[in-house]
Design a protein around this ligand. Structure first.
Ligand SMILES: [Cu+2]
Length: 380
């Protein structure tokens, strides 16, 4: 298990020294800033860390077929950010089969196996009940006094991503003394994901409204609906957060790295080569307008759409400026080189040819040819 080999692993199984480097890199994200100033529109001067919440809120890609490829994109880009801080790091994952408060067979260093607790002040903060606390509090990931004299405004009052939220909520609570670990899922539940009889990505419903009986009926029967459902409850397992606020908590990236691991594991089943083919992996949802109503957020998903906000800066719910200076642009002009720098375009092209999933793009846009397994990393 070598640091720097590019492999994503169960975070409890990497050396404690690597967990500390991983934590330090996440905290460092809040010491680096994108260009511009707070009063720009959209705001500039946002920290690399607060940008993640801004991206997620501007787009809200849930409850439909775009969920898995969009979250693969944010996870991959987050890993790249971590590697800009420390090139040896990988975005490891929380295995849902572990209770993060008590992992009996964890890596405690020096080649020894012992109990690992991921929810303490040395790593991800408190499991609750209440706020996450240190190390996130001291690092300024939230400010309980936001909005009061001598403190920055509360993000939920200003809507400005430069401002901190007033809390990161955790609800799991510490394990009672002597209590057994209580993992979120069992191995049998995880394995059931991969043995779903349906070989296609989804059922091809034009509505994925959570209240639609037709959609509710298919949720347990298809890989992508079953996985998103499992993912939804994994959020609630540790923090009673709304989908709107979820990406304020770094733990969410360990959670979503596991979503991506399960997705990759499903895709790489040797009996199903069609799952690695961009032309077939999404089945009947490959080019289907799907009306989504997820927690009251209404959107239209179609796998041929651009992956946003990284393509143009236009999210479904807000515009955003992750990388460059503010540029006034029409929708038609949004693909101009003013917004997409040369390096961004080059990176996009590289990623297109190396991602297992087909990138969403405008109808009529050129599709990447062929498919290769995801990057050089593996899920271990
Ligand atoms: Cu999520």
């Amino acid at each position: 298990m070598a640091l720097g080999d590019g492999i994503r692993r169960n975070i409890a199984q990497v050396d404690p020294a690597e967990r500390a480097l991983f934590r330090d890199a996440i905290l460092e994200l809040h010491k680096r800033y994108y260009p511009g100033t707070k009063t720009d529109s959209p705001p500039g001067g946002v920290s690399w860390w607060f940008k993640q919440d801004e991206i997620h809120q501007a787009t809200h890609v849930h409850g439909g077929p775009e969920f898995l490829p969009w979250h693969r994109e944010i996870v991959n880009r987050f890993e790249e950010l971590l590697r800009q801080i420390n090139p040896q790091l990988s975005l490891h994952y929380w295995d849902y089969k572990d209770d993060p408060r008590n992992i009996p067979n964890g890596n405690i260093g020096g080649g020894n196996v012992g109990t690992v607790n991921l929810f303490d002040a040395s790593f991800m903060g408190s499991p609750g009940v209440g706020a996450a606390g240190d190390p996130l509090l001291t690092a300024g990931f939230y400010d309980p006094d936001a909005g009061t004299a001598g403190h920055p405004p509360d993000r939920d009052a200003t809507g400005n991503s430069v401002d901190p939220p007033s809390v990161i909520t955790r609800t799991l609570g510490p394990l009672a003394a002597g209590a057994s670990p209580s993992p979120y899922i069992t191995a049998a539940q995880e394995n059931a994901l991969f043995t779903l009889p349906n070989t296609s990505f989804g059922p091809g419903l034009s509505s994925n409204d959570n209240g639609d009986p037709a959609f509710v009926a298919i949720v347990p029967n298809y890989f992508r609906t079953r996985l998103e459902d499992m993912h939804n409850l994994s959020h609630v397992y540790f923090g009673n957060v709304s989908p709107h606020d979820a990406f304020r908590d770094p733990w969410v990236f360990l959670l979503h790295s596991n979503v991506d691991r399960l997705y990759a594991k499903w895709q790489t089943d040797p009996a199903h080569p069609e799952r690695l083919d961009p032309a077939t992996v999404y089945g009947s949802e490959s080019n289907l307008d799907v009306n989504v109503n997820f927690f009251g957020l209404v959107s239209l998903q179609n796998m041929t759409h651009n992956v946003e906000p990284w393509s143009t800066g236009h999210g479904e719910f807000a515009d955003i400026r992750p990388w460059g200076p503010v540029t006034t642009r029409t929708k038609a002009a949004s693909a101009s080189t003013k917004w997409r720098t040369r390096s961004t375009r080059r990176r996009t092209a590289t990623r297109c040819s190396s991602m297992t999933c087909r990138r969403r793009r405008r109808p009529g846009g050129r599709r990447p040819s062929g498919s290769t397994p995801a990057r050089t990393r593996r899920s271990g």
